[in-house]
Design a protein around this ligand. Structure first.
Ligand code: LRH
Ligand code: MN
Length: 438
């Protein structure tokens, strides 16, 4: 267990000291933007207050250096335990003020004493969001997973393997209850690599029956997040391949099952914001795994490749929120693999890019947009969105952070803290080697 004092970024006075020389300029930029937005009948204080209430969960598994199927090149001072991973998540939250919860993954984050883990997190000012099960890898050393998931898990043809996968998901719920979570994310890699290998209908029905058994063990205030993905690890068919399969399954499982959208889980150029609008229409949107991608499930930093797409997703969310069509507040989580950057820097940057997209979506002149849409004025309708997207909201984000006691310049504050070097000094060096995202 770590003492807090040596984690400089978590020290409020440390952050205040770094902010001091930046405060005057940040205030001037904020005032200037405030005047600009006032000319658009937008109250900057109202936007800043909404941005300050916005938060996104960080993935515990994203704090280590990730890899691809080819190789993983270890970073310095990588977390060696879930306690280290939580410490790193607390550093991200203390600098951004926007990531107060962590999404854990089991059995990667499994511990004998969840109360102690929860106490460790609370001492660092963070909590837990949705938990994630893992029946996409075998865990030969784990007593609860003697059987292999090579040919699937919740949809496997063998009832014994399905029972094992169901029991694991129920174990994840119990662990999550001990940590204060309220949701379980189920992503399975089940599918096939050859035409004919799998019966599409029967596999889907086995999946639904298995998830219904998991749902039967849910506390009444919990939600199941079903996560679809077009391919990988299966390369011909995937049981929950797209939002349609996920929606059909969520409807079959019942009211506690909803559909989670991982931005990287679609074919290139799929209109993800349209999928979001449809899941909202169906009253089944669970939330998001934010990341970015250019080709496949690249798990790159959110907003690094296509920030306009991220903005368009938030445009749909704010539109639905304003119209009272969001029956449940979506769960916002990051799901990324950091192969060539310091994972903490990538998660800081990603949290800010997600917050930026939300802030820009709050600036959309929805009255004007609706008039142009009704009038089929395509040019001006698009211009309304572009105006919001091209507004530099950095002063709003910085001011929201400053008012929460976080860092005006989080990345600079992180680098100045020497936290990574300190971790390299006290954490065992992790080996590199073969593939795998963690
Ligand atoms: C699958 C996925 C899923 C996680 C895993 C780490 O690609 O997005 O959400 O369990 O990544
Ligand atoms: Mn995901």
């Amino acid at each position: 267990m770590n003492q807090i004092s040596h984690i400089r970024p978590v020290d409020r006075d440390y952050r205040a000291g770094l902010n001091r020389p930046l405060e005057a300029e940040a205030a001037r930029d904020y005032e200037f933007l405030g005047e600009k937005l006032a000319r658009r009948d937008i109250d900057i204080e109202q936007v800043t207050a909404q941005v300050a209430r916005f938060s996104v969960a960080v993935p515990s598994w994203g704090t280590g250096t990730g890899g691809t199927r080819f190789a993983r090149f270890p970073g310095d001072g990588e977390p060696a335990s879930v306690f280290d991973r939580i410490e790193d998540c607390a550093v991200i939250n203390s600098l951004t003020g926007a990531t107060p919860t962590i999404s854990p993954h089991f059995p990667w984050d499994e511990v004998p004493d969840y109360a102690a883990l929860r106490a460790h997190a609370e001492a660092l000012g963070v909590g837990f969001d949705a938990v994630n099960s893992n029946t996409f890898q075998d865990h030969p050393a784990h007593a609860a997973h003697p059987l292999s998931y090579k040919f699937g898990s919740l949809s496997h043809t063998d009832p014994a393997v399905r029972a094992q996968a169901i029991a694991h998901n129920i174990d994840c719920i119990r662990a999550g209850e001990a940590l204060g979570s309220k949701a379980l994310t189920i992503w399975i890699g089940d599918g096939s690599n050859f035409p004919g290998q799998s019966h599409f209908g029967q596999a889907f029905e086995r999946y639904i029956a298995s998830v219904q058994q998991v749902a039967a063990s849910l506390p009444p205030d919990w939600t199941l997040f079903l996560e679809h993905k077009i391919h990988e690890p299966a390369f011909y068919s995937t049981v929950i391949q797209d939002w349609g399969s996920s929606l059909l399954a969520a409807q079959a499982v019942g009211p506690q099952a909803r559909c989670l959208v991982d931005l990287g889980h679609h074919a290139p150029n799929v209109n993800i914001e349209m999928i979001v609008a449809r899941l909202i229409h169906a009253g089944k949107l669970a939330g998001f795994h934010f990341n970015d991608s250019k080709y496949g499930d690249d798990d790159l930093d959110a907003g690094a490749i296509d920030p306009f797409r991220l903005f368009l997703v938030f445009h749909e969310l704010v539109d639905a929120e304003r119209a009272g069509r969001l029956d449940v507040a979506p769960a916002y989580m990051i799901d990324q693999s950091h192969n060539v950057t310091d994972p903490i820097e990538s998660l800081i940057s990603s949290a800010i890019e997600i917050q930026r997209a939300y802030a820009q979506a709050l600036l959309v002149d929805r009255m004007a947009l609706s008039e142009y849409q009704e009038g089929n004025d395509a040019m001006m309708a698009n211009q309304v969105l572009k105006r919001a997207f091209t507004t530099d909201v950095a002063p709003i984000l910085a001011t929201a952070r400053f008012r929460k006691g976080a860092a005006i310049e989080p990345l600079a504050a992180y680098r100045a803290s020497g936290y990574r070097q300190a971790c390299a000094g006290r954490r065992p060096k992790r080996a590199g080697g073969g593939g795998g995202i963690v």
